[in-house]
Design a protein around this ligand. Structure first.
Ligand code: PMP
Length: 427
């Protein structure tokens, strides 16, 4: 154990989750690689937990940050702030939400918190619909709408939350149905729920559940939900913290796979847009965003240094069509991983969209989650120079692959080969 780990354990909370038996101290990065304090180099298939949207140490972002920091770091929404207005204009336009207003926060948690504030104020209801197995952050209100109980440490939420079926396609009561019947069953379930409660403020959902193990419903589920929600005036909030900015390849936002009934009323974002700098935010239709009847400010939301990073990062993403790259390279990687998985009895499914790929591990020959194998694969991959993530429901048995979106075909191949070895070693 390193000295830093001992000091970490002595002073930081026990519940602060850390990867690896001998945790890594990352000291620098470049492109799709990072290095640890011992000088080991890793291919990064987890993008600093999805925060590195484009590439590590992207020169364009570093330059924008240092130039802005050299001018002023001062932050307050009480004054006009050019980078904040510019990024808000671009995000509003990209959001797909009509008459969009943008509010910047410093994290995904705070973004969801703000969306809850807006929805409950707009609808005068503290009742929220959330998905089973969901993750929405670590604040008091965010854990209150987090269905994944491994990440929801209190039940004393100020919100009344009702959990809805449908976020997980391959497990649960409707898993054996085909896609259309699955959607019908979930919609009937939602209708039944709405028939028995006061009208809720909103439904919040991740289009693909991130912490929950990169699991998604069939395309169109949220469009079908939206029709029912609209009959009751219930808002739809799409939590795009992991699925935004083209990561899923086919769509710029995860809600794009559920667009038949129009865009969501609000979306929340964070993680990747700052390439590691702390940017989160909410986009909402103006009538919802402006429903608060007293002032509000944010000291650090929209800080000019983070906004400069966001602008440079977004420009790079769009100019280099990294969404297209996610689609192409992600498609090849899924195919390659499916071929790898076919050799092992313990892989239940390789699923994915773009560069958001899950590999679900089970006890060979059964349907039982295998968290022990997932932990062993993570350790083995790390030893061979590959960082990946893990997630899932109550059992953390899904390997999560989410590299920076500039991943090359050669790097995808290299990572898949390492994963193949790691799976073999962990058998
Ligand atoms: N929503 C989703 C879907 C997330 O995955 C996360 C972070 N894992 C959050 C919200 C919370 O974001 P943050 O950690 O920036 O507060």
């Amino acid at each position: 154990m390193t000295d830093l780990y001992t000091r970490h354990q002595a002073v930081l909370p026990d519940w602060l989750a850390l990867y690896y038996e001998d945790p890594i101290e990352i000291t620098h990065g470049e492109g799709r690689h990072v290095w640890d304090a011992k000088g080991n180099k890793y291919l990064d298939f987890f993008g600093g937990i999805l925060t590195t949207m484009t590439a590590h140490a992207l020169p364009e972002v570093t330059k924008a940050v240092s130039e802005q920091a050299g001018r002023i770091i001062h932050s307050s929404t009480l004054y006009l702030n050019r980078p904040m207005v510019e990024l808000a204009e671009r995000v509003a336009q990209l959001s797909g939400i009509p008459d969009a207003r943008v509010f910047f926060t410093t994290s995904g948690t705070e973004a969801n918190d703000t969306a809850l504030l807006l929805a409950t104020a707009y609808r005068r209801s503290n009742q929220i619909l959330a998905m089973r197995n969901s993750y929405h952050g670590r604040s008091f209100s965010a854990v209150g709408i987090t269905g994944n109980k491994g990440w929801s440490p209190t039940s004393l939420s100020p919100l009344q939350t009702l959990y809805v079926h449908g976020g997980v396609r391959t497990r649960g009561p409707y898993a054996d149905l085909d896609d259309a019947a699955f959607i019908d069953a979930c919609v009937e379930d939602l209708k039944d729920l709405l028939g028995h409660v006061r009208p809720p403020a909103a439904l919040i959902a991740e289009p693909i559940q991130g912490v929950g193990g990169f699991t998604a419903p069939p395309d169109g589920l949220y469009a079908a939900f939206r029709e029912v929600l609209q009959q009751h005036g219930v808002l739809w909030i799409s939590d795009e913290v992991q699925t935004g900015w083209g990561r899923t390849g086919e769509h710029f936002w995860g809600w794009g796979a559920h667009a038949a009934s129009g865009p969501p009323d609000m979306l929340t974002f964070a993680k990747g847009i700052g390439n590691g700098m702390s940017i989160g935010g909410v986009v909402a239709r103006a009538e919802i965003m402006n429903c608060l009847d007293s002032n509000s400010i944010s000291t650090f939301g929209g800080s000019p240094v983070t906004m400069a990073a966001g602008l440079a990062n977004l420009t790079y993403l769009l100019e280099h069509d990294l969404q297209g790259n996610a689609r192409r390279v992600g498609g090849l990687l899924v195919e390659r991983l499916r071929a790898v998985a076919a050799q092992f009895g313990g892989v239940r499914e390789v699923r994915g969209r773009g560069l958001m790929i899950g590999v679900e591990l089970v006890e060979p020959g059964t349907d039982r989650a295998n968290p022990r194998a997932a932990a062993a694969v993570l350790e083995a991959a790390r030893e061979e120079g590959l960082l990946i993530g893990k997630g899932g429901g109550h059992d953390t048995s899904v390997l999560r692959i989410a590299p920076p979106l500039s991943l090359t075909v050669a790097e995808a191949e290299e990572g898949a080969s390492i994963l193949e070895h790691a799976l073999r070693r962990a058998q």
